[in-house]
Design a protein around this ligand. Sequence first.
Ligand code: NAD
Ligand code: UFG
Length: 343
Amino acid sequence: MKEKILVTGGTGYIGSHTTVELLAAGYDVVIIDNLSNSNIGVLDGIEAIAGQRPEFVEGDCTDIETLHRLFKEHPGITGIINFAASKAVGESIHKPLLYYRNNLMSVCNLLELMPQYGVKGFVFSSSCTVYGEPDKNPIDETAPIKPATSPYGNTKQIAEEIISDYVHSGAPIKSILLRYFNPIGAHPTALIGELPVGVPQNLVPYLTQTAAGIRQELTVFGDDYNTPDGSCIRDYIDVNDLAKAHVVAMDRILHRPDTDSVEVFNLGTGRGLSVLELIRAFEAATGVKVPHKIGPRREGDIEKIWADPAKANNVLGWKAEAPIEDTMRHAWAWQCHLKETNA
Ligand code: NAD
Ligand code: UFG
């Protein structure tokens, strides 16, 4: 019989790509999403790619009764991948309680119910934001956790601690904490991708909307950083590679009794790209120009960070593979798809 995984936030950006990979790997998937930052049409995209439709529960992970009902109506779930969270850094500064309540209550509720319903594994979406401004790059998992610079970032740090404390208290579960660097791109079919609401805050959706003429000009936030071309450096990871890491992590939790009960992995490429390099990579890959100008620094930005992914490469046996040109082409195809479908 197929194993059944609960994907919270599964109609969202990373959750939808991960659902596709889980289905391809032979898992059954139940999604719970409250559609606060995604829409139901994503299920059609998943079905068109995967050839099967995941089960879907519209509901909120902060509501424990909804979760009880879900586990009763979908018996046999063995693992949870928890994407459900609010993720806008700026908004979290203005609405901290929304972030603490949504992101942390979801985690507490799910953890609490796991032993009761026989769920063994919990994979958590964390972020390289927990490292703050690194003392050195590339950064590995032993680097110190720095004070969070936003309530959003703080929810990731606190959630990591909650999960770790709960597992170490003797709860009969295992967990893998995945610290993502900067996920970008879309599925190669252009049937699923990132759906930014309103004006995008993140670089790639802003860039593709500018290339599409929806935005007039991309502003590069600062060119006076201590980097070779003066713009900030990040480790941009293809969302399809990222999705595959979740399947490997879930396999490991469920099928490897010899592993530690809580493990942490960086998910990045190991290569840092500046904002200007990324713009050039997009233009080279697509042949489409991106009008841009240099603007002031954005408050709170980290100057440079990229991953040492050796632990994920060696222990998980996972490696980011997509060339940046392919990722850029897929991001562009997705933007064109959105335009064609007026989404
Ligand atoms: P997303 O907003 O596209 O997906 C999150 C999904 O969760 C959405 O579909 C939303 O409707 C749903 N959701 C939110 N709160 C919920 C709740 N209480 N109950 C049920 N559903 C709920 O975001 P994403 O980019 O796919 O990110 C997924 C996870 O990865 C998040 O936890 C995010 O913090 C983390 N993460 C994202 C990035 C990034 O740059 N995208 C980087 C590091 C970590
Ligand atoms: N940038 C611009 N112009 C823009 C948007 C972004 O120059 O219009 C620059 C930023 O200054 C930064 C880089 O592009 O140097 C990347 O910015 P993003 O906003 O795309 O990503 P961040 O690294 O700031 O943050 C993202 C998520 C966080 C998450 C973090 C690490 O927004 O939630 O990656 O995973 F914590």
